[in-house]
Design a protein around this ligand. Structure first.
Ligand code: ACO
Length: 385
């Protein structure tokens, strides 16, 4: 009988030069460069170049990529009208999935997937995604749309379009680092989804639309919203009991573990130690929270981490990227349901990098399933059922 590997755990399904993960040692590299080094020294635009070309750009190459990206900040004609025809109650991840799919209809050659066309489409999606998210958020809040500014970086322009004012250099840098940290991560579920789709020689829009659908799930990118919901629930519980939130954390987490409920932002298929992105985000979220003068959520998160290490650390369950990104995004002032779209906005770069790799030496993904149903079942006419 063939071996069924549920969840494909441990199965190597692709080769990649985009990112390397050592889950035992807690190492993540993009094209060989440690994530920590990139987060400290690089920019998101440079990271995109790195992921798509497997080397850092020189100044001219970086300028060229930045210009091409800035040329795509504005949406194609007609997309804005389509966006403001959506219900204001729509969830941003559903909006994003729908609108990225719609972008294909503004591409005169949507099906072309030669290397040049595939990169052009990847740039289209990456350039338009921040605008779609910022426009939609302002539209649903009844605020006038703020058009993109080509003189601003990817991170600064997004915050400008969202808030209607230029972000401070510190906020821009904080957000840029979040974009770098979320850009790529091996053959995670959404990246695999993108590669599966493009392996049929379908198009970049379809692959990235499918990946957005995958990322939304609470076991994947949706977990950052789950973390924030958990922190809010703890605060609510403390208010009901007239206690300090710090005093209800322990019973709350222990109760959750006892009931075999997941503690969001913990655990990972690959990491059996702390996710290196979480290590970085932990320090970082403390710094941003201190700058905003509100360390409460950071301190609550840190206490949850301590309890989880004591209770389930031996099982290899540690904070993942979503855990401290929740408090970071909150401190930056982003609304809860924009957390996962932020992940998508950055991860478009990684999805595209993997699609480019998949197309270069493509073989259709078509695994097998072990059939466990009945055989030789006679057909019964509908009147006799
Ligand atoms: N809280 C409590 N227990 C957990 C957690 C958690 N967050 N994660 C895993 N466990 C436990 C499981 O209950 C299981 O326990 P058991 O052996 O007693 O049954 C054991 O650890 C192994 O867990 P699996 O679910 O088999 O691990 P898997 O590799 O399939 O799942 C996953 C990984 C989905 C990330 C899981 O840890 C989880 O659901 N975490 C919470 C959601 C989350 O934070 N997702 C974001 C992941 S990072 C990302 O996608 C960007």
């Amino acid at each position: 009988m063939p071996l069924v590997v549920k969840g494909l755990e441990g199965i190597v399904a692709s080769e990649t030069k985009s990112s390397f993960i050592d889950g035992e040692k807690g190492i993540l590299e993009y094209a060989g460069i440690a994530i920590d080094d990139l987060a400290r020294n690089s920019t998101f635009e440079e990271t995109v170049y790195l992921l798509w070309n497997k080397r850092l750009p020189n100044k001219a190459e970086l300028d060229e990529l930045s210009t091409m990206l800035r040329d795509r900040y504005e949406l194609p004609p007609g997309m804005e009208q389509r966006l403001v025809a959506l219900p204001t109650s729509a969830q941003p991840m559903h909006m994003l999935r729908t609108m990225v799919s719609a972008l294909s209809m503004h591409d005169l050659e949507p099906n072309k997937i030669d290397a040049v066309s595939a990169r052009r489409k990847a740039l289209n999606i990456l350039g338009h995604t921040p605008t779609l998210i910022a426009y939609f958020d302002r539209y649903r809040r009844g605020l006038p749309l703020v058009h993109p500014r080509k003189d601003l970086s990817f991170a600064a322009n997004f915050l400008y379009m969202l808030n209607g004012k230029e972000p401070t250099p510190a906020m821009t840098r904080a957000f840029d680092i979040c974009m770098i940290l979320h850009a790529d991560h091996g053959l995670n579920n959404s990246t695999f989804a993108a590669r599966v789709i493009i392996s049929t020689l379908s198009d970049m829009y379809s692959a990235i639309t499918g990946a957005i659908g995958s990322l939304r799930g609470p076991l994947h990118g949706g977990a950052n919203e789950g973390v924030m919901e958990m922190l809010t629930e703890i605060e609510k519980l403390a208010a009901e009991q007239h206690k300090n939130p710090m005093d209800v954390i322990e019973p709350y987490i222990l109760d959750r573990l006892k009931r075999k409920e997941l503690v969001m932002g913990f655990g990972h298929r690959v990491y059996k130690t702390i996710d290196p992105r979480a290590t970085f985000l932990k320090t970082f979220s403390k710094q941003i929270a201190a700058d905003t003068g509100n360390l409460k959520l950071y301190e609550m998160s840190s206490k949850i981490e301590e309890i989880m290490a004591r209770e389930v650390g031996a099982k290899g369950i540690f904070p993942n990227v979503d855990f401290y990104s929740a408090t970071t995004y909150h401190s930056i002032g982003l609304k809860l349901d924009l957390f996962t779209p932020m992940f998508a906005m950055s991860r478009v770069s990684g999805w595209a990098a993997h699609c480019l790799e998949q197309l270069d030496g493509n073989r259709l993904f078509r695994p097998a399933a072990e059939y466990t149903g009945a055989h030789n079942v006679p057909y019964t006419a509908i009147g006799n059922r």
